[in-house]
Design a protein around this ligand. Structure first.
Ligand code: IMP
Length: 192
């Protein structure tokens, strides 16, 4: 990638804001979403400290702090959680760990008769002066089987008013929890 430098030799980012995430799928979705709002999104592919806490917001703020310490430029990070009603909100803030351990098949075995769930996304923007968070959630249900080939929980999450999982929906990016939180971020960022 072509880089730009100021007169002191400091690199000028070639984007409006950077997304710090090790998850390329998340970055690719976010890049397309923010382009709709005229925001050019850069990518720093970094592993970030993910504290264990029952607040997604606290986890995301800590990630933003860690990311800022690493790259020292305006950035966003994201933390997500899948909250399943019949499991009292589990896996929620532990969604990443649960996905790595028992995965979608484990969730399908545990879930009760009530299949209602919410997918929550928190975006935290951080720069030298402040941080600001943007939260959204999409209500839906957990499918009976794995459906489709998507990443993460995409093959088991059916958003409200749809019959297909995120993995099967060509328009996931228009109706996802990520779309909603990034839209809030974009409206704020563009008026900053
Ligand atoms: P994270 O902690 O924000 O990375 O997300 C928690 C878990 O939810 C991880 O296992 C992610 O892969 C998963 N996840 C987050 N967003 C999505 C999504 O849009 N689709 C499917 N899985 C997701």
């Amino acid at each position: 990638m072509q880089r730009s430098y100021d007169s002191q030799g400091n690199r000028i980012p070639d984007w409006d804001v950077a997304f710090v995430t090790s998850n390329v799928n998340k970055y690719e979705e976010a890049e397309k979403i923010l382009a709709e709002f005229g925001i050019k999104l850069g990518h720093w592919q970094r592993d970030l400290i993910e504290i264990q806490d029952d607040s997604l917001r606290k986890i995301a703020v800590q990630k933003a702090q860690d990311a800022y310490n690493q790259i020292e430029e305006p950035l966003i990070v994201e933390d997500d959680g899948l909250f399943i009603d019949s499991l009292s909100g589990f896996p929620g803030p532990f969604s990443s760990y649960v996905f790595k351990t028992i995965g979608n098949n484990g969730i399908l075995k545990m879930i009760g008769d009530n299949r209602d769930a919410q997918f929550v996304s928190i975006i935290v923007f951080r720069d030298a002066h402040s941080y600001t968070s943007f939260e959204s959630s999409v209500t839906g249900t957990i499918s009976k089987n794995i459906q489709g080939e998507g990443w993460g929980y995409d093959p088991i999450f059916v958003p409200e008013n749809q019959k297909k999982t995120y993995a099967e929906l060509a328009e996931k990016n228009k109706l996802s929890h990520r779309y909603e939180s990034l839209k809030k971020f974009a409206n704020w960022f563009n008026n900053k």
